[in-house]
Design a protein around this ligand. Structure first.
Ligand code: GAL
Length: 385
């Protein structure tokens, strides 16, 4: 297909999508005339995946408080990373007459019937951070530039290894370095964006021998971590160490897509005798990347144990979700800044993508403390107040 035609096709899909979701859009003549309602009479259902990860607690709190500041009622639910629980929570929000839904899915493909029910009741749906797949019944997507996250993680790995400088220049190291690759949960669309973004940077260096993956596990299926769980990552790291590093091979770096996974990896490495610094052990801790700037990992970065994380300011993500919610409820369409990237299998979903920032030890103060995301005391203790 020519570029022009392809573009036209995407446009057509987007137009169909908009028509299809027009029924869901508030004030569009559907059942819910929210445009003329007092916000205090409108309820927004917010479905979050889990409270075991600190980032989703921050997301839930930020979305709830910003919606409440805008005058809306909020029904915030966490689902313990259990798919039936999340399905049931969303079903209930629909039955109880929510006027709009904001959903961060556990499994991006498991909510079709819930979202059909939402569409049948003219309830607009905003997909939050994770794209909900295989349905026409989502109206908007707010997230970060997820491919850029993966590229940033890979670059942070190269910086940690000394192959690159933080400002993108050539590093002084030459390699070869031994690395292992971790990916997120395969039922989360983001996992593919992170891994593909990272491989976009790493593959050429694997191909030219600068980077070696001793386990040979370079496919996302091999690298995946179901539900992004720390324990699952720890156990895979242990298996990799036993399988590929028992002969004296030393691991130099690990691509990790999320701070919880990073902590599992670090625990496995420490248990296997990798130490915090070059002086004290023949096996210095490998460079380990991360994502989300969870406080426990920020503390590890501050101590020189984890190398980096990718900061995604959940305050800004919440703000975009609230802006989009207000637009729908007032009978408008929210403003997208990307209408091409996120095809959910049924349609290209209009999206608002936020930028991301890499945080090394030296950036903790300026990026995380000065912006009020954490206090210096939280960074020190590794616990959010
Ligand atoms: C992803 C999200 C990441 C990380 C991960 C595990 O969907 O984009 O930032 O939070 O889930 O929770």
């Amino acid at each position: 297909m020519s570029k022009k035609l392809r573009f036209a096709a995407i446009g057509a899909v987007a137009a169909i999508g908009l028509t299809a979701c027009g029924g869901g859009g508030a004030g569009s003549g559907g059942g819910n005339d929210t445009a003329n309602a007092d916000p205090a009479d409108l309820t927004i259902g917010v479905a979050m995946p889990t409270q075991t990860s600190e980032r989703w607690i921050a997301d839930g709190n930020n979305v709830k408080s910003q919606l409440e500041d805008a005058g809306y009622q909020v029904d915030l639910q966490y689902a313990n990373d259990d798919i039936p629980t999340q399905q049931q929570q969303i079903d209930q929000m629909v039955t109880e007459g929510a006027d709009l839904l904001i959903v961060a899915a556990i499994d991006g493909t498991a909510l079709s019937s819930q979202l059909q029910a939402a569409a049948d009741s003219n309830i607009p749906v905003i997909s939050y951070d994770r794209l909900i797949r295989d349905t026409d019944n989502i109206d908007f997507y707010v997230t970060f530039d997820n491919f850029a996250v993966g590229q940033a993680q890979a670059n942070a790995l190269l910086v940690g290894l000394g192959l690159k400088t933080a400002d993108g220049g050539e590093g002084t190291a030459t390699g070869p370095f031994n690395i292992e690759l971790f990916a997120g949960s395969l039922d989360d669309n983001n996992a593919f964006f992170f891994f593909n973004g990272a491989m976009d940077v790493l593959q050429p260096l694997i191909d030219d021998g600068t980077l070696v993956v001793p386990s040979g596990q370079t496919d996302i299926e091999q690298a995946a971590t179901l539900r992004w769980q720390q324990e699952t990552a720890q156990s895979r790291m242990e298996t990799l160490l036993t399988g590929s590093y028992n002969n004296g091979t030393v691991l130099n770096g690990v691509l990790s897509p999320y701070d919880g996974i990073s902590r599992g990896i670090i625990t496995a490495l420490q248990n296997a005798g990798y130490g915090p610094d070059l002086a004290s052990t023949p096996k210095p801790l490998p460079v380990v990347t991360g994502q989300d700037a969870e406080i426990a990992s920020v503390a590890l970065i501050n101590q020189g144990v984890q190398s980096s994380t990718i900061f995604k300011d959940t305050r800004n993500l919440a703000e975009q979700a609230v802006t989009a919610a207000k637009a729908f409820l007032e009978g408008d369409e929210p403003e997208a800044n990307d209408t091409e990237t996120y095809d959910n299998g049924n349609k290209v979903v209009p999206s608002y993508l936020l930028p991301v920032e890499t945080v090394y030890k030296d950036d903790i103060q300026s990026v995380l403390v000065d912006s009020g995301y954490y206090t210096a005391a939280e960074v020190e203790s590794g616990q959010a107040d």
